[in-house]
Design a protein around this ligand. Structure first.
Ligand SMILES: [Zn+2]
Ligand SMILES: [Zn+2]
Length: 240
């Protein structure tokens, strides 16, 4: 009875093709299977995909000139109209039901064998924080939602180790250098982050929806490294 009423009010449909689904799902198996996963070759530092054939390890031209504070960033999927749409729906239209699918997809990144030590040691997932003013406007932090679901799939704990220490201008229209300047001093360690450091400073895994220039991940990672964490890895749903 209760589920009939629910069906009447809200019939779950595939976000991409509109097919009617069971409760709890927002993507049909077909659309899910067709989403563009990140596959090698890609930059071993920032996960920028590379068109063509490359044998062995590879760094994109951008990364060969830069030193990041995170050891490497890994995205589960590359950007196309579908992945961009899913992330936008979650982020800007509060389609919170999509967090279940996007968190599950983010967890696929952990099949990359470079995560094996982090998985074995149980490093915590640290969502990139949203500034309070934006949080009030949006009511939820998409990175925290993705981390919560990815935690269920990987067995890793979630740790709110970072907070915004000041508001930042929106990053969307800025170039890489401007983004880094805009984010300087924007993050700080939380009390939970300090407690984690006392238990283990070995490493943490940053979680966000998208990695574009890497400047947000860099600002977070440098805050975590300066606080004392030895290694910072980053996982995003999509490579922007
Ligand atoms: Zn579908
Ligand atoms: Zn790169």
């Amino acid at each position: 009875m209760a589920s009939n009423v629910l069906d009447f009010i809200y019939t779950p449909q595939c976000e991409l093709c509109g097919k009617v689904l069971k409760h709890g799902r927002s993507l049909c198996e077909c659309c899910d299977g067709e989403l563009p996963r990140l596959r090698s070759p890609f930059c071993e530092q920032c996960a920028e995909p590379f068109d063509g054939k490359i044998e062995g390890k590879f760094q994109c031209p951008n990364c060969s000139e830069l030193a990041f504070s995170f050891e490497f960033a890994r995205s589960a999927m590359i950007c196309d109209a579908r992945t961009r749409d899913l992330v936008h729906q979650l982020k800007y239209h509060r389609a919170i039901h999509l967090a279940e699918e996007l968190g599950r997809l983010a967890a696929e990144a952990f099949t990359d064998e470079r995560f094996r030590p982090a998985l074995a040691a149980g490093w915590p997932l640290v969502p990139v924080p949203l500034h309070r003013s934006r949080f009030q406007h949006r009511n939820f932090n998409q990175a925290a939602e993705i981390a919560r679901v990815a935690a269920n799939h990987t067995g890793l704990p979630v740790l709110a180790a970072l907070k915004r220490s000041r508001a930042t201008d929106t990053q969307t229209l800025l170039g890489r250098q401007e983004r880094l300047k805009n984010l300087h001093g924007a993050f700080a360690l939380t009390r939970a982050g300090r407690r984690q450091l006392e238990q283990s400073a070995a490493g943490v895994i940053l979680i966000d929806d998208v990695l574009t220039t890497g400047s947000t991940a860099e600002a977070c990672a440098s805050t975590l490294r300066r606080a004392g964490f030895k290694t910072v890895l980053a996982v995003t749903v999509m490579r922007g």
